[in-house]
Design a binder for this molecule. Structure first.
Ligand code: TZP
Ligand code: MG
Length: 265
């Protein structure tokens, strides 16, 4: 040991983890900038570039969708401080994409929440607003996710422009095929399993529903509804690129996120 500068094994592990995290943040930034360049090239080519092996979307975006698509619903947390603590834990568990889903909040309060999320999480987490294109812009979020009763994908695209992400929820093959023809960057399919996080959910589709959806679109596919650490691997095996989760992150968000990433590696 020279000059007493050698680290203990535990400190060494912490430094190693921090280095990996810093590198991961750099990679996310590079991915964002590459994605933008890719869109420009798509536009220059006058249509979709067909590159095998890439998540080529109709809109020309190249999306690095993480395996875990985390969703925070503030109504499931006791208060605002818990909301910020929850998302901080998710980020330390490796989440790089988070959707803010608030079905009952007032717009002004939602913008306060989401602006704070943007500031606290910085640019290393892609932030998606559920339902509301206006609030996405107000909060400086990266994208919008809409369902079948929200603004149409075309209307949302006109509001958010070409460079923000647009996701669309679908609940059966017909809706998925329709959404596939829009400028959506990714499609969601569900509920895959029984869920208690959504009011009046559509019928459960099971893994067969995910397989059918996979066969109908080349867009990145996010599966949602009742997905847990216990069944997530089967959902990815059925063809989903990513799993969207609310409940199974609630109890211990950091540990749960880490486990999802380990399981879905
Ligand atoms: N859309 C279909 S199922 C669902 C949504 C928003 C809820 C998913 O929540 P959970 O707790 O992961 O089942
Ligand atoms: Mg909606």
């Amino acid at each position: 040991m020279e000059g007493g500068s050698e680290l203990s094994p535990q400190a060494g592990q912490i430094v190693k983890k921090l280095r990996v995290r810093v590198r991961a943040i750099e990679v996310v930034r590079e991915a964002r900038s590459l994605s933008k360049r890719f869109r420009e090239l798509s536009r220059e080519s006058g249509g979709a570039l067909d590159l095998p092996g890439f998540a080529q979307t109709r809109h020309g975006a190249l999306i690095p969708l993480p395996r875990l698509y985390s969703i925070v619903d503030p109504s499931l947390l006791p208060g605002t401080a818990d909301l910020f603590a929850f998302v901080a834990e998710l980020a330390s568990g490796g989440c790089t994409l988070l959707q803010y889903r608030n079905k009952t909040g007032q717009a002004r309060m939602m913008v306060e929440h989401t602006r704070t999320l943007r500031t606290r999480l910085g640019e290393s987490v892609t932030l998606v607003m559920n339902d509301r294109a206006d609030l996405c812009l107000a909060a400086g979020f990266d994208g919008v996710h809409v369902g079948q009763d929200d603004l149409s994908p075309g209307s949302v695209r006109r509001i958010i422009g070409a460079d923000r992400l647009l996701g669309v929820s679908t609940h059966n093959p017909e809706q998925l095929q329709d959404a596939d023809l829009t400028s959506a960057d990714y499609l969601a399919i569900g509920p895959v399993f029984v869920t208690s996080s959504k009011l009046n959910p559509d019928p459960v589709l099971g893994l067969e529903g995910v397989r059918r959806a996979r066969a109908l679109t080349r867009k990145p596919l996010v599966a949602i509804g009742g997905i847990t650490r216990a069944n997530a691997a089967s959902v990815i095996a059925a063809g989903a690129d990513s799993v969207a989760v609310i409940s199974d992150l609630l109890r211990d968000p950091r540990k749960s996120a880490e486990e999802f990433f380990r399981i879905l590696r």
